[in-house]
Ligand binder design. Structure first.
Ligand SMILES: [Zn+2]
Length: 136
């Protein structure tokens, strides 16, 4: 058996990387960056433990348990990422579009920047509401 087939055999059935793994790795980098200034042994050990746990998750063969952990992580931090992406988009398109929240279902609507009073229909719940747009 050559090294390539050994490697393929080793990785078969392993869980691999996911969002929680990347989050743990990011946490580790952040802790290491903070530790440059603080120089704490405890923080260094915590960083090492997080790194080892992230590696164990990658090499784990219990994919069901790892998927459940990842789902819990995404439930907690998935909303934060979504809000951050929306904030970036709002800033990027601040001169061409405006964003309004539907009063019925709280969906954020992406509307073209047209001065005046408009009646808008929400694509999700079909609720109609009035939007005032003032240009700067
Ligand atoms: Zn709606």
């Amino acid at each position: 058996m050559d090294w390539k087939s050994k490697l393929i055999h080793f990785w078969s059935g392993r869980y691999g990387a996911d969002s929680l793994g990347y989050g743990m790795f990011g946490l580790c980098i952040a802790l290491a960056a903070v530790n440059i200034f603080i120089r704490s042994l405890a923080l260094q050990i915590i960083c090492l433990i997080v790194l080892i746990l992230a590696a164990l998750r990658v090499f784990s063969r219990n994919a069901t348990a790892r998927r459940k952990e990842n789902e819990i992580f995404l439930k907690i931090f998935g909303g934060v990422k979504k809000k951050w992406n929306l904030l970036q988009r709002r800033f990027r398109e601040r001169k061409t579009h405006c964003f309004r929240t539907c009063p019925n279902c709280k969906t954020v609507l992406h509307l073209p920047m047209k001065k005046g009073k408009h009646v808008v229909s929400c694509p999700c719940c079909k609720h109609e509401f009035t939007v005032h747009i003032w240009l700067l």
